[in-house]
Design a protein around this ligand. Structure first.
Ligand code: NDP
Length: 240
C-alpha cells in the first residue's frame, strides 16, 4: 500500500509543489492548510488529494486532525512540516504577538506534529520527516528576528530529533530554501526583490519544484542513511 504523506501548508506555494512531487512518487498525499478554502479546494480538485483545515500552532487542533487523518486515510509515515508565516518588523516595532505567532506557527508546529506521529513511526520502524527551514534561519535577515529565530530553531530541532529517530528507522532532515517565487515572496516590495535577486548567483528566484525535488529525495524509502542534514536549495545565495 502507498505510504501516507502529510504536507502541512500543502495546498499552495512550496507546499503544493511538495504535495505534487510526493504524489508523483506514488505516495498517498494529504495536505493541510489554515484558512484559504478557495486555494485548498482548487488544489484538491486538481490533484485529488484530501485536504484538512487546522492550525498547526494549536496542539489540540493538531491532535484532533492527526487522529482524523489516520482514521480516514491511514498511518502517517511521511511528514513534511512546511506551513509557515512571516510577520516582519525591526526590533523597534516587533510586538510580542508577532514574535509568538511566528515562533508558534513555524517552530511550535514542528513539535506539535512530530510529537503526534512519533510513537506510530517508532512502532512501525519507519518514518520520514522533513522540516522546512530557510536561508534566513542560516544567515539571519534584517527585520526578521522572529522568523530567523524560528527557522534557525528548526535546524537545531532537526539535528536533535534525528539522533532520537536513527535506531528506529526514522530520518529527520531539513531543507533551507532560498527565495522562492510564492505569495510569501510576492509580498516583498519590487525594488527590494530586485536587490535580492541580484544577490542570487543563479540569477533568479527558486521555483517550488526546486524545493519539492529535495523533499522527494529525502523522503524516498531508500534514503535511510540521510538523517540530521540540512539541504540548502538557494541558487548559491548562501553556502553553509
Ligand atoms: P505561502 O504563504 O505561499 O503558503 C503557506 C502555507 O502554509 C499555506 O498553505 C497556508 O495555509 C499554510 N499555513 C500558514 N499558517 C498556517 C497555520 N497556522 N496552520 C496551518 N497552515 C498554515 O508560503 P510559502 O509556500 O512561500 O512557504 C512555505 C514554507 O517555506 C514556509 O515554512 C516558509 O517559511 C518557507 N520558506 C519560504 C521561502 C520563500 O521564498 N517563499 C523561502 C524560505 C523558506 P492557507 O493557504 O490556508 O493560508
Amino acid at each position: 500500500m502507498a505510504r501516507v504523506a502529510l504536507v502541512t501548508g500543502g495546498t499552495r506555494g512550496i507546499g503544493a509543489g511538495i504535495s505534487k512531487a510526493l504524489l508523483a512518487q506514488g505516495r498517498t498525499v494529504v495536505a493541510s492548510y489554515a484558512g484559504n478554502d478557495a486555494a485548498a479546494s482548487a488544489f484538491s480538485q486538481e490533484t485529488g488529494c484530501k485536504v484538512y483545515k487546522f492550525d498547526v500552532a494549536d496542539f489540540d487542533a493538531c491532535r484532533a486532525a492527526i487522529a482524523k487523518i489516520e482514521a480516514e486515510v491511514g498511518p502517517i509515515e511521511i511528514l513534511v512540516n512546511n506551513a509557515g508565516i512571516t510577520r516582519d518588523a525591526t526590533m523597534k516595532r516587533l510586538t510580542r504577538e508577532m514574535w509568538d505567532a511566528v515562533i508558534d506557527t513555524n517552530l511550535g508546529s514542528c513539535y506539535n506534529l512530530c510529537k503526534l506521529v512519533w510513537d506510530g513511526m517508532n512502532a512501525r520502524k519507519f518514518g520520514r520527516i522533513v522540516n522546512i527551514g530557510s536561508v534566513n534561519g542560516q544567515a539571519g535577515q534584517y527585520g526578521q528576528v522572529n522568523y530567523a529565530a524560528a527557522k534557525s530553531g528548526i535546524h537545531g530541532f532537526t539535528k536533535a530529533l534525528a539522533q532520537e529517530g536513527a535506531r528506529g528507522g526514522i530520518t529527520v532532515n531539513a531543507i533551507a530554501p532560498g527565495y522562492v517565487d510564492t505569495d510569501m515572496v510576492r509580498a516583498v516590495p519590487q525594488d527590494v526583490l530586485e536587490k535580492i535577486i541580484g544577490r542570487i548567483p543563479v540569477g533568479r528566484l527558486g521555483h517550488v519544484e526546486d524545493i519539492a525535488r529535495g523533499v522527494a529525495f529525502l523522503t524516498a524509502d531508500d534514503a535511510s542513511f540521510i538523517t540530521g542534514s540540512t539541504l540548502s536549495i538557494n541558487g548559491g545565495q548562501h553556502m553553509y
